[in-house]
Design a protein around this ligand. Structure first.
Ligand code: ATP
Length: 607
C-alpha cells in the first residue's frame, strides 16, 4: 500500500551570508525507525519504551545527523527533540571502535539547567542500559568538588552531560585537558539552545569554542527561534542544516502545539485567588495541573490558601535543594500528587535576587561561582513534565518566550492539553505581546487564546466571601514561616534521608512534598463547596469536564500519541457544546435563569 506523503520539516543548508529560501522536502509520513537506519538495539529499546514511530522532527533530523551533518533543529516544545539527537548519537557511538583509546569524552551534551542535565542523563542512560552496550555516561553538577569531578571523569566517560558552566570549570580545574578534548570530541550538542544564553552561559560557551575540534559534529536543538539561537549558531556550528517543522514553523500561530487549547480570564490581581479557587474547586480544569507564579512567596501563599480548602499541592522553586527538586519532579511525574505550584526561575532571577536566596546558598563563597550556580537552577523550562493536562498562569510570565515555554509543559508528545492564564489589567501589556507573537491580529480574525468559557460570574461571586476570608488568614508571617518550614523539610529530605532512600527507594511516604504546611488545621466546612453555592451553569460544565476526564482515562501511551491524531474530540472544552443540553452556548443562554437562581443563593451566602 502506498504510504501517505506529507510535508515534513523544512530543510535548508545554511548559507552564512544570505540564507537560501528553505526548501520543502516531501518525505514518507509513516517512515519507521528501521527505515531511518538506526541500530536494531536502539529500536528494540524504543519498543520497550512503547515508542514505535518517529516524530516529524526525528524523521528528518536522524538521517542528517547519521550522515554527519551539523544540524539546527527548531521544533515545538514536546515534539521529541531529545531523541532526535540522542538516537543518532548513540548509534554512532555504538559503532565507534576508537572509543577505548580516547582520553576525553566523545560527546558533550550541554543544557541550561541541572534539572535538564538529570533528565537528559536519565533518558540516555536508560537507552544505554536497554541496549546493553558498554558506554559510560556521566552528568556534572556545579556542587561537585574538584576531586569529585576528577573521579567522574576518570575512564573517561563516553558522554558527558553538563551545563556550560560546569564544563568550563572542568577545563579551568585541569580535569579536562584541551589537547585530549581536541583528540576525542566528536559530538557537541546544545540542547534547549534558546535558553542557554538567557541563563548566562555566553562567556562559558565562547571559551568552549576554542576547544572544539573542527571535525566535531555540532547539533543545536531549540523550541523557539531567537537572536540568541542565531548567535549560538554562528558561534559554534559550521554550515549547518536548518530544520524547521512546518507545523511549528514559520507561521506565528504554530508556536504553541495545536493540541493545546489556550484560554484566558480577565480579572483583577486581587481576584485571581478567587478565580483559581473556582477553577480547581469546581473542577473546571483537568488534572494534573501545573501552576506558575512569579515569586516564591506567591507560591506559598497559594499553597496555604489551597490547604484551607483541602486541596493538597506541592511547590517547586529554585530555592529548594537540588535533590528535593528532582524528587518533586519525579513524584509529580509519577502521579503522586496532582497540583504543582512552580515558581518560574527566570522571573525569580529578575524579581527575587537576594530575597529568594537561601542561607545555604548565601554561604557558597565566590561571587562568580554563585552567579553561575543561580543560573543553573531551572525548574520549569524544557522539563518533560509527564501528563500535565492543564497549565495555569497565576502570574503572567514577563515575556512571550516565557509564555511559550510554560505552556509547552502540557501537550507533550501531541497529547491534549489546556492552559488558562489569569490576566490582570497590569499584565495586559505582556498579554498583548504574547497574542501578537502567536499571530493574533487587531482585526481579531484569529483568536489563539480564547476567553475561558466554563466559569460564570455567578460561580465566582458565590465563592468570593469564603475565598477572601481565607485569603486574609494567609498572612505574610504565615507565608514566611511556611516557606522556611518547607525549606527545612526539604533540606532534611535532601541531605539526611538521602542515604536511606538510596537503600529503600520505596519509602516514598516519608518524602512527601505535598505535606500540609499550615499550622492551623483545615476547617472541614471549607473542603466542599455546599450545593447552594454552586452556580448551575458552571456545575454543568464541571460534570462535562469530569466525564471527559473519565473518557480520556490515563492511557497516554506513546503509541497513540504519535499516530498523528490528537484527541481533541474528547476534550471537554471542545466537546462541551455537544454534551450539554443545548451545548455550551445553550448553557450560557440559560445564564439569565441562573442569575435568578443565584439571587436565591446569595441569601444563603452568610456562611
Ligand atoms: N517518537 C516518539 N514517540 C512517542 N513519544 C515520544 C517520541 N519521541 C519522544 N517522545 C516523548 O515525548 C515527550 C517529549 O519529548 P522531548 O522532551 O524530547 O520534547 P522536546 O521537543 O525536547 O520538548 P521541549 O522543547 O519542551 O524540551 C517525552 O516524554 C518523550 O519520551
Amino acid at each position: 500500500m502506498a504510504k501517505a506523503k506529507k510535508k515534513l520539516p523544512h530543510v535548508n543548508e545554511d548559507q552564512e551570508k544570505e540564507p537560501e529560501p528553505e526548501q520543502e522536502q516531501e518525505q514518507e509520513e509513516d517512515q519507521s525507525f528501521e527505515e531511518l537506519g538506526l541500530d536494531p538495539r536502539l529500536i528494540r529499546a524504543l519498543t520497550k519504551k512503547s515508542i514505535d514511530n518517529p516524530t516529524p522532527i526525528q524523521r528528518v533530523a536522524i538521517p542528517l545527523i547519521l550522515e554527519g551533518k551539523d544540524v539546527v533543529a527548531r521544533a515545538k516544545t514536546g515534539s521529541g527533540k531529545t531523541f532526535a539527537y540522542v538516537l543518532p548519537l548513540l548509534h554512532k557511538l555504538f559503532s565507534d571502535s576508537g572509543l577505548k583509546n580516547k582520553l576525553a569524552p566523545a560527546a558533550f551534551v550541554l543544557v541550561p539547567t541541572r534539572e535538564l542535565c538529570q533528565q537528559v542523563y536519565s533518558e540516555i542512560l536508560s537507552l544505554i542500559e536497554l541496549c546493553r552496550v558498554q558506554l559510560k555516561i556521566i552528568q556534572l553538577t556545579s556542587t561537585m568538588s574538584g576531586a569529585d569531578l576528577k573521579t567522574a571523569m576518570a575512564g573517561p566517560p563516553d558522554i558527558l552531560v553538563s551545563t556550560p558552566a560546569c564544563l568550563q570549570s572542568c577545563f579551568s580545574k585541569g580535569v579536562l585537558l584541551p589537547a585530549s578534548v581536541q583528540d576525542s570530541l566528536s559530538f557537541l550538542v546544545l540542547d534547549e539552545a534558546d535558553l542557554l544564553l538567557s541563563y548566562g552561559y555566553e562567556d562559558d560557551l565562547k571559551s568552549l569554542t576554542a576547544h572544539i575540534p573542527r571535525r566535531c559534529q555540532c547539533l543545536l536543538m531549540s523550541a523557539t527561534s531567537s537572536a540568541d539561537v542565531e548567535k549560538l549558531k554562528k558561534l559554534i556550528l559550521h554550515n549547518p542544516f536548518i530544520l524547521t517543522l512546518p507545523e511549528v514553523g514559520d507561521t506565528k500561530d504554530e508556536i504553541i502545539p495545536k493540541n493545546v487549547q489556550q484560554f484566558w480570564i480577565s480579572c483583577s490581581a486581587r481576584d485571581k485567588i478567587i478565580y483559581i479557587l473556582a477553577l480547581m474547586k469546581l473542577e473546571l480544569v483537568q488534572k494534573k495541573v501545573l501552576i506558575f507564579t512569579n515569586t516564591i512567596d506567591a507560591s506559598f501563599r497559594l499553597k496555604l490558601f489551597f490547604e484551607k480548602f483541602g486541596i493538597k499541592s506541592a511547590v517547586l522553586n529554585a530555592e529548594l535543594p537540588q535533590n528535593s527538586r528532582l524528587h518533586i519532579l519525579e513524584q509529580f511525574n509519577a502521579g503522586l500528587f496532582d497540583y504543582l505550584i512552580a515558581t518560574d526561575d527566570s522571573q525569580l532571577k529578575e524579581k527575587e535576587k537576594g530575597e529568594g536566596e537561601s542561607r545555604v546558598e548565601r554561604k557558597r563563597s565566590r561571587k562568580h561561582a554563585k552567579k553561575k550556580m543561580d543560573s543553573e537552577f531551572g525548574v520549569v523550562r524544557g522539563i518533560d513534565f509527564k501528563n500535565v493536562h492543564t497549565v495555569i498562569n497565576f502570574d503572567m510570565p514577563q515575556n512571550a518566550e516565557g509564555y511559550v515555554h510554560r505552556i509547552g509543559r502540557t501537550g507533550r508528545a501531541y497529547s491534549t492539553g489546556a492552559s488558562v492564564s489569569l490576566v490582570s489589567p497590569e499584565e495586559m501589556e505582556i498579554f498583548e505581546e504574547v497574542k501578537s507573537i502567536l499571530g493574533e491580529n487587531e482585526n481579531k480574525d484569529s483568536n489563539f487564546i480564547a476567553p475561558f468559557p466554563l466559569l460564570t460570574k455567578n460561580a465566582v461571586e458565590s465563592l468570593r466571601y469564603r475565598a477572601e476570608d481565607v485569603a486574609r488568614s494567609v498572612t505574610k508571617i504565615s507565608v514566611r514561616e511556611a516557606r522556611a518550614q518547607d525549606l527545612r523539610n526539604e533540606i532534611l529530605n535532601s541531605e539526611k534521608l538521602k542515604a536511606h532512600f538510596e537503600v529503600n527507594p520505596k519509602d516514598l511516604d516519608l518524602l512527601k512534598h505535598d505535606k500540609v504546611l499550615s499550622k492551623k488545621p483545615t476547617s472541614s466546612h471549607l473542603r466542599d463547596v455546599p450545593e447552594y453555592l454552586l452556580d448551575p451553569t458552571t456545575q454543568e460544565a464541571s460534570k462535562i469536564v469530569k466525564l471527559a476526564r473519565a473518557a480520556m482515562g490515563n492511557n497516554n501511551s506513546a503509541r497513540r500519541k504519535f499516530k498523528g491524531k490528537s484527541r481533541k474530540d474528547k476534550d471537554p472544552l471542545k466537546s462541551f457544546s455537544g454534551a450539554s443540553k443545548g451545548g455550551f452556548k445553550g448553557a450560557m443562554k440559560r445564564k439569565g435563569k441562573d442569575r435568578d437562581d443565584s439571587s436565591r443563593n446569595k441569601k444563603k451566602q452568610s456562611i
